[in-house]
Design a protein around this ligand. Structure first.
Ligand code: NI
Length: 227
């Protein structure tokens, strides 16, 4: 399931990110492309582990830790340090599937990619093209969100970024290992949690029906979570 999460970064934060990123030394994305990706990847990336990538990545992680919708949807156990990319001048990333397991550079930690996330750092009006297209059970879904918004999608899905024909598309992206690996189980928990959250304003906090549903949520999570 595709899950949009609005306002991970405020517009002020986006402006600050862009002030730093627009003058950053971008590198050819081919440097980090695997054998198959080389044929379809044409973009620029910020060097992993550079001071700017680390600083901005940590700021994003702190914001995500305070974003209840993200926690509810992803149930994260590990997050790969956020990366940054830029598409312009026809830049594109053809259909591909993300690698299943990623080693965090300079550490012995590996992250299984259950969810992929794109955090948009350019407004849709700033560029033409550059849609994220994700293949799912109901066909292809195209995503192009406001700056500061994020989309989560299953890493198992085939996806692509269509050519940017004018302007520049700047984004951060990352992979998430979830406590609940199975996508449909995680989606059930998300739906249940959102329904419970929606009820809390309508019923008393000690309403027995609310307590029962909350217990079901936690007991399912207890069965399925691997930490
Ligand atoms: Ni990808």
């Amino acid at each position: 399931m595709l899950i949009p999460i609005e306002g991970v970064l405020s517009k002020d934060e986006v402006r600050e990110f862009r002030r730093l990123l627009d003058q950053a030394p971008w590198q050819d994305g081919l440097k980090t492309a695997g054998t198959l990706a080389r044929a379809v990847k044409r973009n620029q990336q910020l060097e992993d582990g550079s001071p700017l990538a680390v600083e901005l990545g940590n700021r994003i992680l702190r914001k995500l830790g305070n974003t209840p919708l993200f926690i509810s949807a992803a149930l994260p156990s590990r997050i790969y340090p956020p990366k940054f990319n830029r598409y312009s001048d026809g830049g594109t990333y053809g259909a591909h599937v993300d690698s299943a397991v990623m080693q965090v550079p300079g550490t012995s930690i590996s992250v299984r990619s259950d969810l992929s996330a794109t955090l948009f750092l350019a407004e849709p009006e700033e560029y033409e093209g550059g849609e994220l297209q994700v293949e799912g059970p109901f066909g292809i879904q195209a995503v192009k969100l406001a700056a500061g918004d994020m989309v989560l999608y299953p890493s198992s899905s085939l996806h692509q970024v269509t050519p940017v024909t004018s302007g520049a598309r700047v984004a951060s992206f990352m992979w998430i290992q979830s406590m609940v690996q199975n996508d449909s189980s995680r989606t059930l928990l998300f739906d249940l949690d959102q329904a419970i959250q929606g009820m809390t304003s309508a019923v008393a906090a000690d309403d027995p029906r609310l307590l029962k549903l909350t217990a079901v949520y936690h007991n399912l999570l207890r069965q399925w979570a691997v930490t």
